[in-house]
Design a binder for this molecule. Structure first.
Ligand code: UDP
Length: 361
């Protein structure tokens, strides 16, 4: 079986790493399975791309479509045009896409129109929020996917409700958590650990990059000032996403606790998360990692496509206003964390399950 694996953005790199490992293992066991890795170039900053390939031992991509930035349509269109050429020149039995970025949807459409089977890893998750570009990518991708690999039974249920045959839905667990378990003994402190006086439990991690939180400069500044005020004497480490950085530009902010740092490599970032007091974020993936690590997480969104991180895990959906974040954060300071658990099958073996299933197809 020849599989073309698509990766375009930071969370994709983290998700494909264990899948490639699982394929390599099968190859060394004598199975006939091979892969071609296509990087669409959606994320191209060293900090968001190369570092992840190096740290997670992902092989150099066989092709880089180098689409770079653009509007939603420009980027999606550019990926489709380039990937069609790539797939014509390098036919395969299956295109495997992960997550919910533009590369996921664009490559799934191209493959399906060329009568190539599509496998979607992290299928079926839904926020119900059609203002999120990712939600549109999820719905479109799942409408043309052949093999659905899900992280939760609620994701599988969403697909069943959409009329997908149950025999094509495979609840396998979470590949992002495979990567976490495979690298926990490799994580290490970033250079600024000592310089900033960081110690386990004395700082908070902040990440913000969703358009709804960062695209309006005034409300972003209001949010940052509010968070800075809310945390008392805790330091806040803020690895700033390029999108957020571009909005803030050269703005001079008067913040006493927030320390801006570059987007972190995976091994430093996981060290920072694992040792933090709490996390404030609008990321989906991070709420899964904090769930497994038992770190309190405050998600600055009104919806989530990962309900298990709230029902079982440590995630707290607080909305996008500083008032509500402050209210929920204060409650947490008073009462602690109500419950902690790890969702079913988030055991580090999802990638192996995926490859086992694909080999039987
Ligand atoms: N991440 C990282 N360094 C950072 C910020 C995030 O390694 O500075 C990792 C994080 O641990 C998670 C992934 O990137 O595994 C999530 O990416 P992001 O928040 O960009 O995407 P989302 O999950 O929201 O789609």
């Amino acid at each position: 079986m020849k599989i073309t694996i698509i990766a375009g953005a930071r969370p994709n790199f983290i998700k494909i790493a264990p899948i490639i490992k699982a394929i390599n293992k099968k190859q060394s066991d004598g199975e006939t399975i091979s892969f071609r890795l296509v990087h669409t170039g959606q994320h191209y900053d060293k900090n968001l791309s190369d570092t992840f390939f190096e740290e997670l031992n992902i092989p150099h991509p066989n092709a880089n479509l180098e689409v770079k930035s653009g509007s939603q349509a420009e980027q999606t269109g550019a990926i489709m045009i380039a990937f069609e050429k790539e797939l014509l020149q390098n036919p395969c039995d299956l295109v495997l896409v992960v997550g919910d970025v533009n590369s996921t949807m664009a490559c799934a459409i191209v493959a399906k129109k060329m009568n190539v089977k599509v496998a979607h890893v992290e299928a079926g998750i839904r926020s119900g929020d059609m203002t999120m570009p990712e939600e549109i990518n999820r719905i479109v991708t799942d409408s043309i996917t052949d093999y659905f690999f899900t992280t939760s039974t609620s994701a599988s249920d969403n697909l069943l409700k959409n009329g997908i045959e149950s025999s094509n839905i495979h609840f396998v667990g979470n590949v992002m958590i495979d990567t976490l378990y495979q690298n926990l003994d490799r994580i290490f402190a970033p250079n600024f650990w000592k310089e900033f006086g960081l110690e386990t439990g004395n700082y908070i991690i902040l990440t913000l990059h969703r358009p709804s939180n960062v695209d309006e400069e005034k409300s972003l500044i209001n949010l940052l000032e509010g968070i800075d005020e809310m945390v008392g004497d805790k330091k806040i480490i803020f690895p700033i996403h390029p999108r957020t950085k571009a909005i803030l530009g050269e703005t001079n902010l008067n913040l006493k606790n927030i320390l801006f740092v570059e987007p972190q490599g995976y091994l430093n970032f996981m060290y920072l998360i694992k040792n933090s007091f709490a996390v404030i974020t609008d990321s989906g993936g991070i709420s899964e990692e904090t769930t497994v690590l038992g770190i309190p997480c405050f998600t600055m969104r009104t919806t989530t496509e990962r309900p298990e991180t709230i029902e079982i895990g440590t995630n707290n959906l607080v909305g996008t206003s500083i008032e509500n974040l402050t209210l929920e954060f204060t409650k947490f300071l008073q009462n602690g964390l109500p419950k902690k658990g790890i969702p079913e099958l988030w055991d580090g073996k999802a990638s192996e399950r995926i490859i086992d299933i694909l080999l039987k197809k």
